[in-house]
Design a protein around this ligand. Structure first.
Ligand code: G
Ligand code: G
Ligand code: MN
Ligand code: NA
Length: 250
């Protein structure tokens, strides 16, 4: 387990970096959004994955400060991209439920100059576990601000279809576990059903973890899925690389 002191120092010393992975709009074939993914360039351990960082940062209460840094950095980077490419930022439940989440978001938009409609906030089902008035209020206020909310990793954890219509969400990202075996024998029924339901509820639908052309064809067939993300298009890459990639394709 990572030393907490290390993590605090890392934030002060700017040892964190954001990588970006594109989401492809299936109609236009162009990049619609890039998701920011945290990396830590540890002086001794090398690159540390967010899987090892985020839970520790949550336990020590550092996630709010770290999340603030991530959000601002991602908004600033997005301003350098061509066209109207959006940025998606992952929010941990603690970050989403912090008292002044709305002013955090408003401030990040203000200092970066990024228009609100180019920011997507990715939350997971665990952020919606407490179906309280407060959760609804925060989601509604973010929507009023013009920011879009995306439900990440859908189909893992405590998945409830009721989330899809009980909360004001603009996008659902179907977890890559739904793809397991679809190009061999397992039918696509479940993935297609969730995609169709989400589309009928007025949401954009992303399938994550696309690695092969066969998978891409299978999910594109009935038009419910609007975007795809995965190694087939690009792995997460550093900021300079995503800028080159976007400039070359826009
Ligand atoms: O980039 P990678 O595939 O290693 O990410 C692993 C996990 O870490 C994913 O579930 C992703 O959502 C999460 N993660 C990556 N970056 C961030 C971040 O900036 N904030 C939060 N809360 N989670 C992140
Ligand atoms: O939970 P979240 O969706 O934010 O996690 C994103 C993670 O998924 C990142 O760590 C990223 O590296 C990983 N990822 C992205 N595309 C693919 C893919 O096509 N295949 C696999 N196995 N992992 C992927
Ligand atoms: Mn995500
Ligand atoms: Na995901």
């Amino acid at each position: 387990r990572i030393l907490e002191l290390d993590l605090r120092k890392a934030l002060a010393n700017e040892e964190f970096e954001l990588f970006y992975q594109p989401l492809i709009n299936l109609k236009s074939g162009k990049v619609s959004t890039c998701e920011a993914l945290l990396r830590w360039n540890h002086p001794v351990r090398g690159t540390v994955s967010p899987v090892d960082i985020i839970p520790v940062a949550e336990d020590m209460g550092l996630i709010v400060d770290l999340g603030r840094w991530i959000l601002r950095k991602a908004c600033v980077e997005c301003m350098k991209w061509p066209g109207a490419v959006s940025v998606a930022v992952n929010f941990s439940p603690q970050q989403f439920h912090q008292r002044d989440v709305l002013s955090e978001v408003r401030y990040a938009l203000e200092v970066s100059g990024l228009p609100a409609h180019r920011l997507e906030i990715e939350i997971t089902e665990s952020s919606l576990l407490h179906n309280t008035q407060l959760t609804h209020d925060v989601l509604s206020q973010l929507r009023t601000l013009g920011v879009r909310i995306s439900l990440d990793d859908f189909g893992t954890g405590y998945s409830s279809l009721s989330y899809l219509h009980n909360f004001p969400l603009q996008k659902v990202k179907i977890d890559r576990s739904f793809l397991e075996g679809i190009d061999s024998d397992r039918p696509l029924t479940l993935l297609r059903g969730v995609a169709r339901l989400s589309a009928d509820l007025g949401m954009s639908v992303v399938v994550e973890g696309i690695e092969t052309n066969e998978q891409l064809e299978l999910i594109s067939a009935d038009g419910a899925v609007t975007e795809a993300q995965g190694y087939l298009f690009s792995r997460p890459v550093p900021a300079t690389r995503i800028r080159q990639l976007l400039n070359a394709s826009h």
